[in-house]
Ligand binder design. Structure first.
Ligand code: NDP
Ligand code: MG
Length: 378
């Protein structure tokens, strides 16, 4: 029985992780549940899974949960991250959204634990800190579907035989929307993803392609690849989740229906495979599978990601921090869709270039980038 700690349990990744655990009651038990503020879903999950530990980041939500479940021991605020290091879990699933996902990742790795990592912002912002924490014996098992695909494809050859990592992208809500009308699209339109059902922030990131920019950086970190050996192809059907090209010209692809439970389950069962609740892939249902180079005018966020990677740790950090702020401002109706990109570029250009190898420096630079992005006026 593998004991699973689920961070971000009330979110899209968290709920799907719990559904994988439910599908395999003899394989997995849920040792820990951590969420931020969704106490209604959180209480339902605690009643259903009866975890040993519960963490509720938001203090008010924690009090509500304590009142509803007086026998449960609930930790709150920054104490919740320590639950990632406890001995009574065998693996930590990091499905916390945004920069905060860095905390459970570092706590678990420093305790030598394996982490099934969905959160990509952490390795983009704090690659050096994560690399240092990995020395304690823990490991990262990728959950992001593209990285899981690459992880699976890489077993077809040796590391030095890899030529290119090819990340696929659905193209998001606006892949074929008239480019001249992108200035006036609403958050509701951007939240309407054609193939994946995900949390709000990553769905907007798919529409802007900042998600793919973050994934280029994530892949560079996870697989220790140079940016120039990572390519992106638009693949609207979301059936090929990514590919690896080897030096002899062979391209290995991982295919499955667009369902995150498969990638989550593989991270939990690795190195084994088990039957999964995911529908089987029937390729005869697809009359054609399309692959296109991304339109750089429509999706400038991809080029900006390469630029940030060439530039510095701070540029990568700002790419993420400014994007988090800009997406929130777009959802609040403060800025327009196309301003998200402008805001991130504006922030990167105003940040000092520095090497980030310390948590204090990271926090200061993150706050600085967020201040610049908040002050950005279109
Ligand atoms: P959601 O917004 O659906 O869920 C986020 C989860 O994190 C919620 O449980 C939320 O709690 C919790 N959370 C947020 N902040 C905190 C905090 N400070 N402390 C504790 N818990 C917190 O996001 P997704 O599930 O879509 O995405 C999660 C991560 O996985 C992101 O980094 C995303 O990029 C990545 N990812 C997601 C995919 C998907 O299919 N959804 C695919 C690939 C990667 P609450 O609900 O209480 O607010
Ligand atoms: Mg992805």
């Amino acid at each position: 029985m593998k004991r699973v700690a689920v961070f971000g349990s009330t979110g899209s990744i968290g709920r799907q992780t719990l559904s994988v655990c439910e599908a395999h009651p003899n394989e997995f038990s849920v040792s820990t549940l951590v969420f931020a503020s969704n106490h209604e879903e959180g209480v339902r999950q605690i009643r259903r899974f009866d975890p040993i530990h519960v963490g509720v980041f938001d203090e008010r939500a924690a009090d509500i949960v304590r009142a509803e479940l007086p026998d449960a021991e609930i930790v709150s605020g920054n104490e919740v991250w320590k639950l990632a290091a406890l001995d009574d879990s065998d693996i930590v699933v990091d499905g916390v959204s945004g920069f905060y996902g860095l905390h459970p990742l570092l706590c678990a790795l420093k305790a030598g634990k394996p982490v099934a990592l969905a959160n990509k912002e952490s390795v983009v912002c704090a690659g050096r800190l994560v690399r240092e924490a990995l020395k304690k014996g823990g490991c990262i098992l990728p959950v992001d579907s593209e990285q899981s695909a690459i992880f699976q494809c890489l077993s077809s050859g040796r590391r030095q035989e890899v030529r290119t990592l090819i990340l696929t992208a659905s193209g998001g809500a606006f892949r074929s929307y008239p480019i001249e009308k992108l200035g006036s699209v609403t958050a509701e339109m951007a939240l309407n993803h054609p193939t994946w059902s995900m949390g709000r922030k990553i769905t907007i990131d798919s529409a802007t392609m900042f998600n793919k920019g973050l994934e280029i950086m994530e892949a560079a970190f996870l697989f220790d690849m140079d940016a120039e050996n990572i390519e992106v192809l638009i693949h609207p059907q979301s059936v090929v989740h990514s590919m690896v090209e080897f030096c002899d010209g062979s391209v290995i692809a991982q295919m499955s229906p667009p369902d995150m439970r498969l990638a989550i389950q593989y991270a939990l069962t690795y190195p084994n495979r088990k039957p999964s609740p995911v529908k089987r892939l029937d390729l005869s249902e697809y009359s054609d599978l399309v692959f296109e180079r991304p339109d750089t005018a429509r999706f400038p966020a991809i080029e900006l990601a390469y630029e940030a990677m060439r530039r510095s740790d701070t540029a990568r950090l700002a790419y993420n921090s400014a994007n988090e702020v800009a997406v929130a401002r777009f959802i609040n109706g403060e800025i327009a869709f196309l301003n998200i990109y402008d805001c991130v570029r504006h922030t990167i250009e105003r940040m000092p270039d520095a090497c980030i190898d310390d948590m204090r420096i990271l926090s200061e630079l993150d706050s600085q980038a967020r201040r610049i992005a908040m002050a950005y006026c279109p």
